[in-house]
Write a protein that binds this ligand. Structure first.
Ligand code: RIB
Ligand code: CA
Length: 320
């Protein structure tokens, strides 16, 4: 089993990534941290707790982190994720509470306590990760690799230039890409191809409370994406990054130099990826996902969601 720490801003696609992780025996989720992004920190933290409760894993500790980016103010994505950050599904209140430590300190403690290096999966703005790297250099050495959902070689989604997670906190993202750690960037170039449709949600119904809740989340997310974009469905961005941790066959990655625009211009938050090796500048600093087996990803996600065997009180309450 691969030990993973998941930093996220649930968010329907974060929630599906969490459920994929919890439904995959290849992974050992040793902790979850929440960051402000899709919604405010209080809401993303509550949503993380609710998803763990739904999956019968309220034993997994959750720590809340940054309420805002390193520079500037938070801009939430209520249009995509709703006022709760997890609209479309009515999950029962969690039985567990977040631990008192700040996410950066919690991540450091979990890293140092692990007997083996840990994979850090970052599914929201990189504020918590940047704070971890800055405050806990010794713990940072225990990171096997960082697999992050964010950025794009080509078009952004928050602006024409920038993808949401990077755009919210470009300074944090720049620190991560300059950290010298093994970083994998799973950006919009591949995640926009990883779409689910209403029929996929329908195929989850009747397969238990976790699959039912996932279907509700997908249907809600589709409502936004069918209106705002033309991807032919709802791209489950974060679950693609999570899947890459244990199914490296699904993505094609190339080693490239990635720089983050932290200026205040129209390209703020852009990940500038030197795909054609034109610059004779610095060495590559990331593995960049450039292609995806979208059907293989979709089959994996739907199969794991359908196969979920709930053990929690909350999950049984969902069926009542
Ligand atoms: O741009 C997509 C990313 O922004 C995903 O992580 C989604 O959850 C939002 O945070
Ligand atoms: Ca996210």
């Amino acid at each position: 089993m691969i030990p993973v720490l998941i930093d996220c801003d649930p968010g329907q696609d974060d929630a599906l990534a969490l459920l994929l992780a919890l439904g995959s025996p290849e992974l050992d989720v040793i902790g979850v941290t929440a960051v402000a992004g899709n919604q405010t920190l209080d809401k993303t933290t509550l949503n993380a707790l609710r998803v763990l409760e739904l999956a019968g894993r309220s034993d997994i500790p959750v720590a809340a982190g940054a309420e805002r980016p390193l520079v500037g103010e938070l801009v939430v994505a209520a249009d995509a994720h709703g006022e709760t950050g997890l609209d479309g599904v009515n999950l029962p209140p969690p039985s567990a509470r977040a631990v008192p430590e700040h996410a950066k300190d919690f991540l450091a403690a979990r890293l140092e306590a692990s007997e083996v290096p840990v994979t850090l999966v970052a599914l929201g703005p990189l504020t918590n990760v940047a704070l971890l790297l800055e405050d806990h250099p010794r713990a940072t050495a225990r990171i096997e690799r960082i697999v992050l959902m964010g950025g794009a070689v080509n078009e952004g989604n928050q602006t024409p230039s920038a993808e949401f997670n990077i755009w919210i906190d470009p300074e944090a993202a720049a620190r991560v890409f300059e950290s010298g750690l093994d970083v994998t960037m799973v950006g919009l170039d591949v995640t926009n191809k990883a779409v689910l449709a209403n029929a996929d949600a329908d195929g989850l119904r009747g397969a238990g409370p976790v699959a039912e809740a996932a279907a509700d989340m997908i249907d809600f997310y589709l409502g936004f994406y069918n209106e705002a974009y033309d991807h032919g469905g709802a791209p489950i961005h974060d679950a693609v990054a999570l899947a890459h941790v244990f199914r490296s066959d699904l993505l094609t990655v190339e080693s490239r130099r990635v720089d983050v625009d932290t200026s205040d211009g129209i390209c703020r938050g852009r990940t500038v990826v030197d795909m054609r090796l034109r610059t004779s500048g610095p060495e590559p600093n990331a593995h960049v996902a450039v292609d995806i087996d979208a059907d293989g990803f979709r089959s994996l996600l739907l199969e794991r969601l359908r196969a979920f065997s709930p053990t929690s009180r909350a999950a049984s309450r969902l069926t009542s």
